[in-house]
Design a protein. Structure first.
Length: 203
């Protein structure tokens, strides 16, 4: 078995994101063939993706132990909650509507029923709604133009619209490019460095 993201237990292959808190790529979009030293074999039984525990069992354990990582089946070797192996405490997981990322059959039915141009139109619509949700959150944070929407509601709207965009991309077989994101991140950082240097020189 090739030790890469595609075969790693910590790889969320719907959006191509690493969620291993020990990996330098945690919360990043990664390519399926990318490798790192924190690779762990993906379990064949997806009902129990983390060793012999279901997600619900791990969440219940985290809640009952009051986030005591010493008793956690996943992060047992860690002694403090600040060193949790998971990016988010299991006690905070929302498992009421468990997503099924690997439901290829339903995706295939939509791809058959709808032409590509219609899915692209749906993507454009969802992307526009995501932009509006981002502007709404900016308005809430700024406070200059009051809105009855709370910050939590605005953030929840962004997550919902981002999920819609991701689903459309999934149906179109479009995935983020880790290398493109890395290059743009470096360019963004350099621009901020140039700006900050200019401000210092001015002062």
């Amino acid at each position: 078995m090739t030790k890469c993201c595609a075969t790693c237990a910590w790889y969320e292959d719907f959006q191509g994101v690493c969620f291993n808190g020990d990996s330098p790529h945690c919360a990043d979009f990664t390519d399926p063939n990318q490798r790192c030293r924190e690779w762990e074999r993906k379990e064949a039984n997806m009902d129990k993706p983390l060793k012999d525990w279901t997600l619900g069992e791990i969440k219940r354990c985290c809640v009952e132990s009051k986030q005591n990582c010493e008793k956690c089946p996943v992060s047992g070797e860690y002694k403090t909650t600040s060193d949790c192996k998971l990016a988010i405490f299991p006690a905070h997981w929302d498992l009421d509507d468990k997503p099924r990322w690997r439901d290829h059959r339903r995706c295939g039915m939509i791809q058959i029923d709808l032409p590509e141009k219609e899915i692209l139109a749906q993507l454009a619509e969802e992307a526009a709604e995501l932009a509006q949700a981002a502007l709404k959150l900016r308005r809430v944070i700024d406070g200059t133009n009051p809105t009855p929407v709370s910050e939590e509601e605005a953030k929840a709207a962004i997550i919902e619209e981002l999920s819609d965009v991701a689903l459309c991309c999934k149906l179109l077989n479009i995935r983020p490019s880790h290398y493109t994101m890395k290059n743009k991140l470096n360019r963004w950082r350099k621009r901020l460095e140039v700006r900050n240097c200019g401000q210092k020189d001015f002062v």
